[in-house]
Design a protein around this ligand. Structure first.
Ligand code: GLU
Length: 609
């Protein structure tokens, strides 16, 4: 969610900021801005896309070799030019970009208003920059000290880059809760919320620790101080090859590229984890991790929570262990009863999801063991949990998750099978067979992708729909939830997923003639029941679309459309059946003219709670 890009060095800062901000666009944003220092500070802020900035930039903006840039995802105040970052203190001395949210902005603003401070925007960020100046002026502090003092009073999360007109050749950087990475080049520093925009410049990175203030000046080694003004060191790490520079590779969107790369990516991930080539070793340590565990709690938001719900079915069925799945955003406020015998699994594509981070912090402080399942290498969650399992799927750019979701399902299936093996709840012969089936799942995913043409033709029949229902039972129920979420995210058509058996307890009242009902069918024990539910919808003149394993035979006339998926063991059907649903939401959105990579109002990594 939102992005920061800052530069200090020998080169012209503006093009570097623009290139970096464009690389951060996938995270989702509504406005953008830069401040570049040359003979004077040039400030440029616009609502809308990063490209807008280029249109309005004065020619001589390229002279400056220091600058800060931002893409904003509004939390306080509309997405307007005025609310876009950077923000400045009243005297103009300080200029700042901020990612995150200042929860106590209102009382702080009220306090400063009483002291005559004048605000220009509605943002919480302006409160932060004004507070820094307020401390500086009131106590005549050095900037470093003023920042640390001001931040003592801040509740919420932030990653900030601050520019001080009195020291125009350096940048101040600090974070708490939101990510920030510093690239160390030859005589230059590149600061960003994400390593990707840094990758073209250098492979040396510092993942700044929380509450450590870094000062960066061209030609000088960086300095880091903690809240007590003590000098500290920060570790330099090397950018791994997983941060390839992502291109669309001929596809019309990142989403379609990412959907199509799933077979290869899943095969690669399984090879790493099942072939022992992963660098996270979670699976090796699993016997010790679960040796004294009574219960597993899975935390996630959106699609990540849906993959957790599939894992609940898998783990309870095969590993016979009690599993609860929680919305991370609810878990942190529910006074959960957790303790050392609980294993908490936090799932997050980016590894930066603020709600999941906060929930995991609570879990850790209650003595529970924590596991993170993330795609974002070295992300906040990866660093904070006891054990991490990486999805190794490469950067996901499309805002609505596709490959990261199927990877989460695959990883959770693998973990479930391993727990079953360790707990000996299924016989070794069955475990071996299931693990072998899992190893081949990428082949089934590849076959599933062949349904693209039929899905595209079905999508044309859905463009005018006002509402679409997704149904599943058992482990396909969470996939129905995911299908509905994906469709609404991308096409803005209202969609709901239901456990098929629940329809007659209320939602069936929604049915209108030709309302699309998409039923997910595999050949598990609930097949008959699910088909009865579908018949009930058909009797009420719904348009029935059945997505089914090819070994399931349907009675004639029950469905308007049938999409066959490869015949595979039922425990793999959540992975397989999520493929046609991704394609469906892609095609519906595309034919409705929606932006499939950057749906409205959404952000890729949700770094505010
Ligand atoms: N809370 C700040 C704002 O609304 C920053 C949001 C962001 O992270 O982009 O301006």
């Amino acid at each position: 969610m939102c992005g920061i890009m800052a530069y200090v060095g020998e080169q012209s800062a503006f093009p570097i900021l623009m290139e970096g901000l464009k690389k951060l666009e996938y995270r989702g944003y509504d406005s953008a801005g830069v401040a570049v220092m040359s003979d004077e500070l040039r400030l440029l802020k616009k609502s809308g896309k990063v490209n807008n900035l280029e249109k309005y930039a004065p020619d001589d903006i390229t002279i400056g070799t220091l600058g800060i840039g931002h893409t904003r995802w509004a939390t306080h105040g509309a997405a307007s030019d005025l609310n876009a970052h950077p923000h400045q203190s009243m005297s103009g001395r300080y200029t700042l970009v901020h990612n995150g949210i200042i929860e106590n902005a209102a009382p702080l603003k009220e306090m400063m208003l009483k002291h005559g401070i004048v605000f220009k925007s509605e943002t919480d960020t302006e409160v932060l920059v004004q507070l820094i100046e307020w401390y500086q002026m009131r106590f005549q502090l050095e900037t470093q000290m003023a920042v640390q003092r001001a931040l003592e009073y801040i509740e919420g999360s932030f990653a900030i880059v601050l520019f001080d007109l009195h020291t125009p050749d350096q940048l101040f950087v600090i974070r708490r809760g939101s990510p920030l990475v510093i690239g160390i080049g030859d005589d230059e520093y590149i600061i960003s919320s994400d390593p990707m925009p840094i990758a073209p410049h250098t492979d040396q990175l510092i993942y700044l620790e929380e509450d450590i203030l870094g000062v960066f000046k061209k030609g000088t080694a960086p300095s880091f101080v903690d809240a007590q003004e003590e000098m500290v060191e920060q570790t330099i790490e090397y950018l791994s090859h997983t941060y390839e520079d992502v291109m669309k590779e001929g596809y019309d969107s990142y989403m379609l590229k990412e959907i199509n790369e799933q077979p290869a990516r899943i095969a690669h991930m399984l090879d790493r984890h099942m072939g022992g080539r992963a660098n996270d070793e979670l699976l090796d340590r699993l016997p010790t991790i679960i040796s004294d565990i009574d219960r597993i709690i899975i935390l996630g938001c959106g699609s990540s929570r849906h993959s957790g719900l599939v894992a609940e079915y898998l783990m309870e069925t095969y590993a016979r262990i009690s599993v609860e799945v929680e919305y991370a955003s609810e878990f942190r406020y529910k006074n959960a009863m957790i303790g050392p015998k609980d294993l908490i699994i936090g799932i997050s594509q980016s590894g930066e999801t603020a709600d999941t981070i906060a929930a995991l912090k609570i879990a850790s402080s209650s003595g529970a063991t924590t596991i993170g399942i993330v795609n974002g290498v070295n992300s906040t969650i990866a660093r904070m949990v006891d054990h991490v399992l990486y999805l190794h799927m490469g950067q996901e750019i499309g805002v609505a998750s596709t490959k990261a979701f199927s990877a989460q399902l695959t990883a959770l299936t693998l973990i479930s099978m391993r727990i079953a093996e360790i707990r000996k709840t299924i016989c070794q012969e069955d475990t071996d067979r299931m693990l072998l089936d899992l190893k081949n799942v990428s082949e089934h995913v590849k076959t599933a992708l062949e349904c693209a043409d039929i899905i595209e033709s079905i999508s044309l029949d859905l463009l005018e729909s006002r509402s679409i229902i997704f149904l599943g039972r058992g482990m396909l129920y969470p996939i129905a939830l995911e299908g509905a979420l994906k469709l609404k995210e991308l096409s803005y058509i209202h969609a709901e997923g239901f456990a098929a058996g629940e329809m007659k307890h209320g939602p069936i009242a929604l049915l209108e003639e030709r309302m699309p009902v998409i039923a997910l069918v595999n050949d598990d024990c609930s097949l008959e029941k699910l088909m009865s539910n579908v018949q009930e919808m058909k009797a009420r003149k719904a348009m029935i679309i059945v997505i089914k394993s090819s070994n399931v035979t349907l009675s004639a006339g029950v469905a308007d459309y049938i999409v066959d998926m490869p015949d595979c063991p039922a425990f793999l059907s959540p992975i397989i059946q999520s493929i046609p649903l991704q394609l469906l939401s892609y095609y519906v959105a595309k034919h409705k003219g929606c932006d499939v990579d950057q749906p409205r109002h959404l952000a890729k990594s949700v770094t505010v709670e």
